[in-house]
Design a protein around this ligand. Sequence first.
Ligand SMILES: *Cc1c(COP(=O)(O)O)cnc(C)c1O
Length: 427
Amino acid sequence: MSKKLKTASLCVHAGYKPKNGEPIELPIIQSTTFKYDNSEEMAMLFDLKKEGYFYTRLQNPTNDAVAAKIAALEGGIGAVLTSSGQAANFYAVFNICEAGDHIVTSNEIYGGTFNLFGVTLKKLGIECTFINPDASEEEIQQAFRPNTKAMFGETVSNPGCRVLDIEKFARIAHRNGVPLIIDNTFATPVNCRPFEWGCDIITHSTTKYMDGHATQVGGCVVDSGNFDWNAYADKFPGLCSPDESYHGLTYTKAFGKMGYITKLVAQLMRDLGSIPSPHNSFLLNLGLETLHLRMRQHCGNAQKVAEFLSGDSRVAWVNYPGLKESPSHALAEKYLPGGSCGVMAFGLKGNRDTAIKFMDALKMINIVTHVADIRTCVLHPASHTHRQLSEEQLRAAGIAPDLIRLSVGIEDADDIIDDIRQALDNL
Ligand SMILES: *Cc1c(COP(=O)(O)O)cnc(C)c1O
């Protein structure tokens, strides 16, 4: 198996490799614990001197096979599954930051991550500066401090559908001696592989397209192995100096390029938990097996729906990277030539109530908080996720009061457009 498989083949074959007579589909090893014949062997495992399974909070064969598939899809050297996308973003940062440290992040990110970085990390003593991703390199540079440890952004932002200039971010991060962490949830490795553009660490909410069927909440952290932690050893003592809780072992010395991922498992998973259930990982793997097919359909449908919306006189605006008028169109052509994602935002002429009337008239399309699902879903943040905010607060949070978030599914595009058209006719 020396030939490098293409993405579609990796979706189907990467990770689990059945041996002679073994099940063709990934087995669910729903066991917390693994048995050993003598105590010496078990002791070696605890000292990280030998590889093997002993407790599912640290490693589990089902979880590891799915993590290996995502690592292969992203072109990384290793990955860890987490119980949610939130846990993935927290671990990716907390693995290299501690109280007194600082991170720089795009302000065009998922609301949950915005809170995690701006509120919860602050309580742990880690400060965060939010920057406009479209600002000049000089402006963004001013956000960096001597204690900055990471830079963060989303390939395609949720819900704004803004495409990140990954090369620009990587240049700035590396000039400052810190890794670039990218949440690649909306693009998925089918549409963009951020490591190829200089990103160092990738996170995912696997809850979205990777699962795709709304069956499990999960996350993943993938390491490219490209960031040279030892070149900035003073900045990353957690990786480059002895860990007293592991008999003075130094992760980058003992595990080389796998130091970051090993520390995340051996330290963060050990102390904080947040692993997925093996059964959930099995469901995630079923989703991954068809990810390449579904992304093609999501993107093809979304392009047709976006073009329909932008041509309808009752629609005030549409934001989808696949439209020529989108501010992200040029970046999408560079980083996502095969399509961006199935999510878009648009507004109707009228007021807040117009959006509600439109949504209530939809027949096939579901009103749910979820996105990136096989079913077309719609949400009005001003009336749902952000309903406690005033119009001013909404605008400050970058959400237009009339913004409708539409996540286009894999149904027939004609049916999706017909449903939208009849709801518009109803206004
Ligand atoms: C949903 C989402 C998250 C959070 O993931 P959960 O699995 O819901 O915890 C993080 N980042 C992005 C881009 C998301 O869309």
